[in-house]
Design a protein around this ligand. Structure first.
Ligand SMILES: [Zn+2]
Length: 468
């Protein structure tokens, strides 16, 4: 993996803040550093395509900060205790730890393939129970929370003046939505749970409020403030987490710390499949693992980065085919230079007008769609000029986005059903046929290979091949 570290004198990155609903200049709390917290997965199954989008989006954000000279602390948690986890472990007749360890490993394997860098810190909720208990105790002391008759501890939503600011919801609006819920133990239907009392046969931890386990929202608050401080730069996650999860995180953390929680909130857009919401009931639900069996991981990454991170992303065969064609174009352009470029020695000339446009696009709320446009423009120029400077710039900029990280031949020939020696032998046979003017045989060899998914490409330096 190549990283190009550049220090610009003036940092003027603009990022859309979901909290203020506008683009803002990014001003870090500490100069040249970024502390960011991303909500991770609840681990009880394989990651799905929506998880993959979130992972790729925030990996791209992290890489751009690094390329821009920031020192980044990237924290992404693992939720390893929750109703779904408890139920699944019991269905499988296995322990919770065995279930969560197994699927954490699968998640790492899948995200590694997508070129997603592992978090600097990946805390597990169950390692932070004492922290959560201490935050809940403080909230009770400050009268922001109460122990209900049923043994649960709830947060008093109405007590927190700014509740609803992130999601733009008023308390009255919320109240209407909550009417369906009949829970006698809450003082107010809007209140949410901080600590759930243990039911029979459920895992539990001892606490001053009795045996139980934490609610989901308190996990992230406790881990984020312990690892990044009461006030940190960026909190991110999928758009679906904006309400109530992130709203509740703000309420808990700010009531506890009496200071602003995250300075900036980033949310990635939804992922649809064939223009419909992805759901198991619609039969269009894909795990990342299934998708990676059919599609190259780098193609999936390119497909996801072609759309701006806040826009909805539509997964379809056509869009995947487009991304594959794009990736093939990039690697084909690089192929002649494969052996002449030492990736570790690539530096980007940020005075190059194309590099400047790439930077402007990325500094404008991570506009990967425009930045990729610049990458493809360089690819076209490389095809015309054959200039190694263009090849290096192409690799350098694409690597910032986490693509074009492999040897072109490896990408272009992967998945071939014929052995490469056999293909090379047929290329020689075709060449001999051409020399002896047996064009019928030469053409037959080409067509037979094509039928096996192998495309021959005649270049000035001889014939090469790639997988269709
Ligand atoms: Zn969270």
């Amino acid at each position: 993996m190549v990283f190009i570290i550049v220090f610009w004198e003036k940092k003027n990155m603009q990022i859309y803040n979901s909290f203020t609903r506008k683009k803002e200049e990014f001003i870090p709390i500490t100069k040249n550093t970024v502390k960011m917290y991303i909500c991770g997965q609840t681990i009880y199954d394989y990651c799905h395509l929506g998880h993959a989008r979130k992972a790729i989006v925030f990996d791209m954000v992290r890489r751009w900060f690094i390329a821009s000279g920031y020192e980044v602390t990237f924290v992404e948690n693992i939720t390893d205790i929750d109703d779904k986890i408890i139920n699944r472990a019991s269905e499988n007749n296995e322990t919770i730890t065995s279930l969560t360890d197994r699927f954490t490993k699968f998640m790492h394997d899948d995200f590694d393939k997508l070129g997603v860098m592992r978090p600097d810190i990946q805390p597990k909720a169950t390692d932070y129970i004492p922290h959560m208990i201490s935050v809940i105790e403080s909230l009770i002391k400050k009268d922001y929370a109460y122990l209900a008759a049923n043994g649960d501890v709830y947060y008093k939503v109405r007590k927190f003046e700014n509740y609803g600011q992130l999601s733009g919801k008023s308390l009255d609006e919320l109240n209407v939505g909550e009417r369906v819920e009949i829970d006698q133990s809450k003082l107010d239907p809007l209140d949410f749970v901080l600590w759930k009392h243990a039911k029979e046969d459920e895992p539990y931890w001892d606490s001053p409020f009795g045996r139980g386990r934490p609610g989901w929202h308190i996990e992230c608050s406790a881990m984020a403030m312990d690892l990044l401080g009461a006030n940190f730069d960026i909190h991110g996650g999928g758009q679906d987490l904006q309400f109530p999860h992130h709203e509740n995180e703000i309420a808990q953390s700010e009531a506890h710390n009496s200071c602003k929680y995250a300075n900036l909130w980033m949310h990635n857009g939804f992922l649809n499949v064939d223009d419909e919401k992805m759901s198991k009931s619609l039969g269009n639900f894909f795990t990342l693992r299934d998708v990676l069996k059919l599609h190259d991981a780098e193609v999936v990454r390119l497909f996801m980065l072609k759309t701006h991170y806040r826009s909805p992303l539509n997964f379809s065969q056509t869009s995947l085919d487009d991304a594959k064609a794009g990736m093939t174009r990039l690697y084909t352009a690089l192929k002649p230079f494969a052996d002449n470029i030492n990736r570790s020695e690539i530096t980007i000339d940020w005075n190059d007008k194309r590099a400047i446009r790439f930077k402007i696009a990325m500094d404008d709320d991570f506009n990967t769609s425009l930045a990729l446009g610049v990458v493809f423009e360089i690819c076209n120029e490389l095809n015309v000029s054959g200039d190694i400077i263009n090849a290096k710039l192409l690799i350098g900029l694409a690597n910032i986005l986490g693509i074009l990280t492999r040897n072109p031949v490896e990408f272009l020939q992967q998945g071939a059903t014929l052995a490469s020696q056999e293909i090379e032998r047929l290329i020689v046979e075709r060449k001999t046929a051409k020399v002896s003017r047996d064009f019928t045989l030469a053409d037959k060899i080409r067509k037979d290979l094509l039928a096996s998914g192998i495309i021959l490409e005649d270049t000035a330096n001889g014939t090469t091949w790639r997988k269709l």
